[in-house]
Ligand binder design. Structure first.
Ligand code: NAD
Length: 321
C-alpha cells in the first residue's frame, strides 16, 4: 500500500492536475463509465461532529474507493486543527486490495475549486471580466484562485456575511494583480461570473440580483437544508450539476425542486457539456448555474492523480499491508 501524507500534498498537486482529473471524471459520469455510491453522513453525537463516506467507481480511470471524514466544528478553537478532516482510500479494482491512503484535506479544497473552474471553463461567457464572490472562508480563496485562471478577469468583487473576512478574497485578487472591491449584494449585477461558497441555511442572493448572461457556481450547499440563492434564480437559469441525484436532494436545486419551480429533468450533468452531448450555454444573455454538490469520484480522481505524482517524485511511502 502507498501512503501520501497530508503534508506532502501541497508540494505535489497542482491546480491544473486537479482541473484535469475533475473534468475527466465529470465526463466519465455523464457517459455512464463512472458512478457515485450513496453518501453516508452521520451526526455521531461526539464533539458535534458530522462524519461520513463518499465513494464510487470510475471504470474509465480505474479509480475505486472512498473518502472518509467530515466536520469537527471545535477543532480550530480547541486544538488549532482545521475543522474539515478527511482521508481518501483507493482500492485495486481488479483485486479489492487497498492501494493507497491519501490525505484528503487540501485535496478537498482543490477538487471543489476545480469543479467550479470546470463549470466556468465550459459555461461562462468568453468575455467575462468581473467575478463576484459570496463567501470568504477557507474554500473561497481556493475557489477564487482557480476561477481567475479560466477567463481574462479584470476585477474581483465580494460580499460576505462577516465582512471582516473579506481580506481573504482581497489577498487572492492582489496576488493575481487585480483590484478588489467589497460590495452590496445588489452590486452582484455587475458580475459576469459569481461563485457562492458559504455555509448558509437561507438564501443570500435574490433572483433579480443576477444579470442576464451571468454564470453562477453555487458551491456551498452540500447538505439538506443549506441554501445560498433564491430558489427562483434556478427557474431563471439553465441548471447544471455534478450529480443530478445529489443536486435535487442535498444541493442548491433541492429547494427549487421541492417548491415545484423546476423539475429534476431540468437539471443537466456538466459532464454532458464536456462530452459535447449537451450544448451548454447557447446565448450570451442566458444565465447558467452550476450546482456543485461535491461527489466522491472527484476525491478519488484527485487522489489517484496525486498518488501517480508521489510515485514519480519518490515521496510515496510504501507499506506491506
Ligand atoms: P468556512 O467556515 O471557512 O467559511 C464559511 C463561510 O460561510 C464564510 O464566508 C462565512 O462568513 C459564511 N457563513 C457562515 N455562516 C453563514 C450564514 N449563516 N449565512 C451566510 N454566510 C455564512 O467554511 P468553508 O470551508 O469555506 O466551506 C464553505 C461551505 O462550502 C460549507 O458549507 C461547506 O460545507 C461547503 N463545501 C462544499 C463542497 C462541495 O464540494 N460543494 C466542498 C467543501 C466544502
Amino acid at each position: 500500500m502507498l501512503i501520501v501524507p497530508e503534508g506532502e500534498i501541497a508540494g505535489l498537486m497542482t491546480r491544473e492536475a486537479a482541473f484535469d482529473a475533475v473534468e475527466k471524471v465529470f465526463a466519465a459520469m455523464a457517459s455512464g463509465e463512472a458512478y457515485n455510491f450513496p453518501v453516508i453522513r452521520e451526526a455521531i453525537g461526539h464533539e458535534d461532529a458530522l462524519y461520513g463516506f463518499k465513494g464510487g467507481f470510475d471504470q474509465a480511470g480505474l479509480a475505486l474507493g472512498l473518502k472518509a471524514g467530515g466536520y469537527w466544528p471545535h477543532n480550530m478553537d480547541k486544538r488549532g486543527l482545521i475543522n474539515h478532516q478527511s482521508t481518501i482510500f483507493l482500492f485495486d479494482p481488479d483485486t479489492g486490495k487497498v492501494r493507497a491512503m491519501v490525505g484528503g484535506n487540501l485535496l478537498t479544497a482543490l477538487r471543489t475549486a476545480a469543479a467550479s473552474s470546470v463549470s466556468i471553463r465550459h459555461l461562462a461567457r468568453e468575455d467575462a471580466k468581473t467575478i463576484g464572490m459570496i463567501g470568504a472562508g477557507h474554500q473561497a480563496q481556493f475557489q477564487l484562485r482557480a476561477a481567475l485562471e479560466q477567463r481574462s478577469f479584470e476585477k474581483v468583487i465580494g460580499w460576505n456575511l462577516h465582512p471582516e473576512m473579506l481580506g481573504n478574497l482581497e489577498t487572492v485578487a492582489t496576488e493575481a494583480g487585480l483590484p478588489f472591491e467589497a460590495v452590496e449584494l445588489d452590486d452582484m449585477r455587475k458580475a459576469d461570473v459569481i461563485i457562492t461558497i458559504t455555509s448558509s441555511f437561507a438564501p443570500i442572493l435574490a433572483a433579480d440580483q443576477v444579470s442576464p448572461g451571468t454564470h453562477i457556481a453555487c458551491m456551498g450547499t452540500d447538505t439538506v437544508g443549506k441554501q445560498e440563492v433564491d430558489a427562483r434564480l434556478l427557474s431563471r437559469a439553465t441548471v447544471f450539476t455534478d450529480e443530478v441525484t445529489q443536486s435535487v436532494s442535498l444541493g442548491e436545486a433541492q429547494h427549487a425542486v421541492a417548491e415545484g419551480l423546476i423539475a429534476e429533468a431540468d437539471v443537466s450533468q456538466l459532464g454532458a457539456v464536456i462530452n459535447g452531448s449537451n450544448p451548454g450555454r447557447t446565448s450570451d444573455d442566458q444565465i447558467t448555474l452550476f450546482d456543485g454538490t461535491g461527489v466522491g469520484l472527484q476525491d478519488l480522481a484527485v487522489a489517484a492523480s496525486v498518488v501517480d505524482l508521489a510515485v514519480q517524485k519518490g515521496v510515496a511511502i510504501k507499506v506491506d499491508f
